[in-house]
Design a protein around this ligand. Structure first.
Ligand SMILES: [Cu+2]
Length: 338
């Protein structure tokens, strides 16, 4: 199972945690009730606590996250020159052995934590013992950060957790509306066909948005648009990454899809994206096995060229379509070719 490694890392994180002073909660990410809309900010974006207080990072989204307290963070992914693998940063995926944060220039991380419904949302509990201002990052969403101000022990608090919780709830209700905004203003629809005639005069070229996101507001909708695709043999599917996040397209016989991650406990590389999902397996698709886009970097990335991928469907049948990164979050679809 592709989530086995993530489960293992989550358990390692859940085994941590102690409490010393007062308790505070910072929520990691948010989502709407259907989980289609995923928001990546911290709630609140800034919190003020006292030295000795415990801060609980509580996952508020089913999207995986790497919560890291540090002045800056290394690149989440990099090509490992020793192996050629597209690998996670070992320092980010390895949970810190201590949950006592005592240096504004130090580095502490939850490791890679992936909520596994219906289990309770994961937490990472840390205690701040040194006065100062700290930055917390979600290393899977590197533009997303929060601030923790630690005052001397005994200082008055500027607000209460109850007030923070109320503000968070109101903000999440507001952000859930992104889905409605996207449908209304960008004409996103599950069944709307974007198509043009094929130059051969017989077939059709279909455009499929591969998720949708708003870079500036920091949210993503992890779905294919449309997600029910009925086409004819010889038609072309064009996938465009319309999100701020990384996606991969894989389609064909679901039983042959490789796991997203390969885990190798031997350094230098520990956790890396399985090869075909990096470099791609080109079409046309002829009815057996799978084809894949490889990594589709966001179209907003400067100089990016791989946000679009196309495949000719040369087989009749019903085939699975997934993003192996976000499939567990519902980014799956079906292609019927007649
Ligand atoms: Cu995806």
């Amino acid at each position: 199972m592709r989530w086995t490694v993530l489960c293992w890392l989550s358990v390692a994180v859940l085994l941590q945690g102690t409490a010393m002073g007062a308790g505070w909660t910072m929520v990691v990410g948010g989502q709407n009730p259907s989980t289609e809309v995923q928001v990546f900010q911290f709630y609140p974006k800034q919190i003020t606590i006292n030295a000795g207080d415990t801060l609980v990072f509580l996952w508020g989204s089913i999207a995986p996250a790497i919560v890291t307290v540090a002045p800056s963070i290394p690149a989440t992914f990099a090509v490992d020159p020793a192996t050629g693998r597209f690998a996670f940063s070992n320092s980010l995926i390895t949970p810190s052995s201590s949950n006592i944060i005592n240096d504004t220039n130090g580095f502490w991380t939850s490791g890679l934590v992936s909520p596994i419904p219906p289990a309770a949302m994961p937490t990472w509990n840390v205690t701040f013992t040194a006065v100062g201002t700290y930055t917390v990052w979600n290393a899977l969403q590197t533009k997303i950060s929060g601030t923790i101000v630690v005052q001397p022990t005994g200082s008055p608090y500027p607000t209460t957790q109850a007030a923070i919780d109320a503000a968070t709830a109101a903000l999440l209700v507001d952000q859930a509306k992104y889905w409605d905004y996207a449908k209304a203003y960008y004409k996103l629809d599950r069944t709307l066909p974007y198509s043009q005639p094929h130059p051969n005069g017989v077939n059709t070229i279909w455009s499929i948005w591969t998720a949708y996101g708003d870079f500036w507001n920091g949210y993503s909708i992890f779905r294919f648009f449309p997600d029910t695709i009925k086409i004819n043999r010889g038609d072309v599917l064009v996938f465009n990454n319309a999100d701020r996040d990384l996606h991969i397209v894989v389609l064909g016989d679901e039983n042959t899809f490789p796991p997203l991650f390969t885990f190798d406990p031997t350094p230098p590389t520990m956790l890396y994206i399985t090869g075909p999902y990096v470099v791609g397996v080109p079409g046309p698709y002829t009815g057996t096995g799978f084809v894949t886009s490889g990594l589709m970097v966001p179209s907003v990335a400067p100089g990016s060229t791989s946000y679009s991928w196309n495949v000719t469907m040369n087989a009749v049948g019903t085939f699975a379509l997934q993003c192996p990164i976000h499939g567990p979050l519902g980014m799956v679809a079906t292609i019927t070719v007649t």
